[in-house]
Design a protein around this ligand. Sequence first.
Ligand SMILES: Cc1ncc(COP(=O)(O)O)c(C=O)c1O
Length: 307
Amino acid sequence: MAIEPTEKIWLDGRLIPWDQANVHLSVHALHYGSSVFEGIRAYDVKGTPSIFCLTDHIRRLFDSCKVYRMDVGYTAAAIEQACLDTVRANELASAYVRPLVFRGSGTIGVDPRPCPVHVGVMTISMGRYLGPEAIEQGVDVCVSSWGRMAHNTFPANAKIGGQYINSQLIKMEALENGYEEGIAMDSNGFVSEGSGENIFLIRDNVILTPPLASSILRGITRQCVMTLAGDLGYTVKEEFIPREMLYVADELFFTGTAAEVTPIRSVDRIQVGAGRRGPITEALQTAFFDIVSGDAPDRHGWLTSVV
Ligand SMILES: Cc1ncc(COP(=O)(O)O)c(C=O)c1O
């Protein structure tokens, strides 16, 4: 998914031309992964770009920075405004919004604290993350030989740049072996998540998803899908999920800002359910896409218009 440059990037309080948003080779984040980020979508809601769950994403950005002892230097409201301003400045009908907080130049040592904190917001166009047909046809995935990090190694629930080496290993292995995505297990061998998605499993009309203790990122789409499942009369149980449940599930799907709600049709070449999008997955997708397209009212207050 190549990046198409847009006009402007918000960097340290100012909207500047895309080409000028550069950093020096000495920045700490480049060497040691000392950055925190978010991925947010802005949807075209009947002609008005509207950012999905903006406040929740910026709250998670600040939470990740807190865990990582990083002072953002701006209020959450100011960063929300920066996201809105950047989408507006680039005149995008829909967008992927990437706030990034990172440690700049100051030391070659591992301790990031002497380095200044910079904040940027980039907005780009983004289509379907796992391919154009994935939403209807589903994706073929594998169980990764890479596990998610144990709790006493990295804080999986914070979105810190360096941790995405783990996701990159999972993703590269899956793609090299002919799968669209990999599912990692947690350090106890239970199902955790995809390289950039949370996972849901359905068996006998019961919806299950791994708990935070399975080294997942507390996904915002995950939370929204749990709410929508409740609206449709389903309960979602957060439970430790053994690997073999993936093979005998009636339905499986990923959730994520980029992946939205994507069905999984096989795991390790074993067909999931009927090998295509299942009825509960489809009902949840419809409920989700109806809201973000403006076909259904925004009854949970998830959209912020870029006016
Ligand atoms: C590792 C990981 N898990 C899950 C998710 C899904 O989270 P969200 O729905 O907030 O995008 C993401 C995406 O940000 C991710 O990177």
